[in-house]
Design a protein around this ligand. Structure first.
Ligand SMILES: NC(=[NH2+])NCCC[C@H](N)C(=O)O
Ligand SMILES: [Mn+2]
Ligand SMILES: [Mn+2]
Length: 340
């Protein structure tokens, strides 16, 4: 990946050249200032928008977009780092309109607002490592949740971001949530290619952390023995595509979140058959149709407290941006689900 990511080495270079003059503490202080500044912009935008909604009154929950342009924890391609602006562009594309299928108005800030992106590449460019970066993502999510009635609708990014996002949601609400996870892959390896933050391991981290009571994985069709073993170990409810016709009735009538803090929905765009969504890193035939996914989401009963749409890779999309539109429509319909 080009741009800022290539620049993460400059800081080590300077340190090598002048070890005595640039102390680790000075670097750390500078990094903290950059992180604070990044969080401040998100906080102030969330505050402004939420204050207006509170002044208006009568809004219980409003979806708020938070972009997390992170791609370096992918085990394959890093293009998902470039997804959030492409998804936003497609949400507001003139080829469609601002109404969701059931008639909610996306232009209405009581339904949808936007607090911008976490500046992932800019923070990494300052030499910030993943432990800390993941905490910045968690802090950003908590910052949005701090401002009622905003609820985070996160634009990925590769799937590694779901771990810091769900951690923040659960910590902020003070208990576990139920998770509906749509994906071709279970992303539950204990560790993938040496990276515990890998996009293929995020749900192992979530389950270890105790952030989910139930985890339902739907759309699976690329699962290894470790994926199944880890699923059993954590009590995951894994629904595979090979039995989807049998499971359909149940999955299109889910009721989740009772007795816990709510429902979290994580949509990996590769849950869809690549015929519907070619712009993903991991092309895996035999997936869900777009209408299957909408049926599952629109009929879901439960209080959706936050959600993410991840793994859209604009670098693999068709020239007309078909998958951007698919990701955008997922975001639009999740917005309808969240807002009330
Ligand atoms: N978040 C994702 N798209 N994960 C894909 C993981 C792919 C990985 N090669 C596996 O075997 O599972
Ligand atoms: Mn995934
Ligand atoms: Mn996947």
């Amino acid at each position: 990946m080009g741009g800022a990511a290539a620049g993460t080495k400059w800081i080590h270079h300077i340190q090598r050249l002048s070890a005595a003059k640039v102390s680790a503490e000075a670097v750390e202080r500078g990094q903290s200032r950059v992180i604070d500044a990044s969080l401040t912009l998100i906080r102030e935008r969330a505050k402004l928008k939420a204050e207006l909604l509170r002044a208006l009154g009568g809004v219980k929950a409003s979806a708020s977009l938070l972009g997390v342009p992170l791609g370096h924890n992918s085990s394959f391609l890093q293009g998902p780092a470039f997804a959030p602006p492409r998804i936003r562009e497609a949400i507001w594309c003139g080829s469609t309109n601002s109404s969701t299928e059931e008639g909610k108005e996306l232009n209405d800030p009581r339904v949808l607002t936007d607090v911008g992106d976490v500046p992932i590449q800019e923070i990494r460019d300052c030499g910030v490592e993943d432990d800390r970066l993941m905490h910045v993502i968690s802090e950003s999510v908590k910052t949005v949740m701090e401002e009622e009635p905003l609820r985070p609708l996160v634009l990925g990014g590769d799937h590694s971001i779901s771990y810091p996002v769900v951690r923040a949601v659960s910590e902020k609400l003070g208990g576990p949530v139920d998770i509906l996870h749509l994906d071709a892959h279970p992303d539950i390896y204990d560790c993938f290619e040496g990276n515990t933050y890998s996009h293929a391991s995020s749900f192992a981290r979530i389950m270890e952390g105790g952030y989910a009571r139930r985890l339902l994985q739907v759309g699976l069709r690329s699962i290894t023995k470790e994926g199944r073993d880890q699923g059993k170990r954590f009590g995951v409810e894994q629904y595979e595509m090979r039995t989807f016709s049998k499971d359909r009735e149940k999955l299109e009538n889910l009721k989740l979140g009772d007795g816990v803090k709510g429902v979290y929905v994580s949509v990996d765009v590769d849950c869809l058959d690549p015929a519907f969504a070619p712009g993903v890193s991991h092309i895996e035939p035999g997936g869900l149709s777009f209408r299957d996914v909408l049926n599952i989401l629109q009929n879901l009963q439960g209080d959706v407290v936050a959600a993410d749409v991840v793994e859209f890779n604009p670098q693999r999309d068709t020239v007309d941006g078909m998958t951007a539109m698919v990701a955008a429509k997922l975001v639009r319909e999740l917005t309808a689900k969240i807002s009330k």
